[in-house]
Design a protein around this ligand. Structure first.
Ligand code: ATP
Ligand code: SF4
Ligand code: MG
Length: 339
């Protein structure tokens, strides 16, 4: 894929604008060990050649069925996992080549909010120390300023500052996720990976937490990679959406356009399964046959071909490139005569 094409990522975006984050050919293959000597007998190709750019201040959704590789992309680009291959450039710096000190420095600007607020907060630490720890790592707001900063952050996410002496188990799921958000924001990052930040929460409080995140994003001008299952939530809060399937990107488009004019058969099927808020839009429900294939042995050619209703013999031969089909709208499918 040409540089220029990926740079044209966001509609109305100047082609000259430097992306904040740039991912090229990112791969994460988890080795499978077997036999008596624990030799490597294969690999789970969780992420297999992913390319995209994020521009400053945009919120980009990353969607796809369970197991498509979304979490792995989020963790590998932050180097919480060591990628098998590829390039990650953040603010013009090569993240993959960074040593420990440089990485710690970069992490001030790149934070993550985890899916499970029950597992991601240390149960033995008070809220003050959970958030304070993030400050300590980067030597920010030390001494008397620490408590003050924790109080400010808690207030900002809707938790009473006097509750900082409490432990995670004393809070509800929604409150814990607010604490997780405060921890991520403590160091004033520019970029946040939010990995299904509301899917472990009660439906009744999901909207509140999404609204809080949206307010914070706008107020602080954050760039966010928002990983989610729910296409409706993603369309509501994201500028653009990236659709993944079996470790690869199938489509990238501005949110409204992905919804109104999907170009990839996988996106078409995902959308057909999502509830439609506008009753005047009628959609045919497409049932995807069978399960997502194993990333240990993905189909040849187009990885979606075993479930694609438009597949032709050529789809087994060619790996479709992600190409721009309309301004800022990319798809990885060899057929242009179908949607
Ligand atoms: N540490 C690991 N070792 C081996 N395989 C892994 C590991 N982590 C993830 N995988 C596999 O990689 C693939 C992608 O997983 P990942 O968690 O990134 O998917 P996901 O899109 O985030 O799914 P979900 O929507 O369920 O969170 C899956 O097949 C998963 O089983
Ligand atoms: S390349 Fe072929 S199998 Fe893949 S999405 Fe397009 S039509 Fe379907
Ligand atoms: Mg996940």
């Amino acid at each position: 894929m040409g540089e220029q094409r990926i740079h044209a990522g966001k509609l109305g975006q100047s082609q000259q604008e430097e992306p904040l984050l740039s991912i090229r050919d990112l791969k994460m293959h988890f080795p499978i060990k077997g036999g008596f000597f624990g030799r490597r007998v294969g690999a789970v190709k969780a992420v297999d050649g992913v390319n995209f750019d994020l521009f400053r201040g945009e919120v980009v959704g990353l969607v796809g069925e369970s197991g498509s590789g979304k979490t792995t992309v989020g963790r590998a680009l932050l180097r919480l996992l060591e990628p098998t291959g590829g390039e990650v450039t953040f603010k013009g710096k090569n993240v993959i080549a960074m040593n420990k000190t440089q990485l710690r420095e970069a992490r001030r600007d790149m934070q993550i909010i985890f899916q499970d607020p029950f597992a991601s907060l240390d149960p033995r630490m008070t809220v003050e120390d959970i958030i304070g720890e993030a400050l300590d790592i980067h030597k920010l707001h030390q001494g008397a300023g620490r408590k003050q900063r924790v109080a400010e952050l808690l207030e900002r996410v809707g938790i009473r500052p006097e509750q900082m002496v409490r432990y995670p188990h004393e809070f509800s799921g929604g409150q814990r996720q607010r604490i997780g958000i405060a921890r991520a924001l403590a160091v004033d990052p520019d970029f946040i990976v939010a990995d299904e930040p509301v899917s472990a929460l009660d439906v009744s409080i999901q909207a509140q937490v999404v609204n809080l995140m949206q307010d914070l994003q706008q107020e602080l001008g954050l760039t966010v990679l928002f990983i989610a299952h729910d296409l409706l939530v993603v369309e509501y809060i994201c500028d653009r959406i990236i659709v993944m399937y079996l470790g690869k990107i199938m489509e990238i488009a501005p949110s409204h356009e992905l919804n109104s004019d999907p170009q990839h058969p996988y996106t078409e099927a995902l959308l057909s399964a999502a509830p439609v808020p506008d009753p005047t839009i009628k959609r045919q429900r497409i049932i995807l046959q069978g399960d997502i294939p194993s990333p240990i042995n993905p189909p040849s050619g187009c990885v979606f071909r075993t479930r694609c209703r438009y597949a032709i013999p050529e789809c087994a031969e060619v790996i479709p490139a992600l190409r721009e089909v309309k301004p800022g709208h990319f798809k990885a499918c060899i057929r242009d005569d179908i949607l």
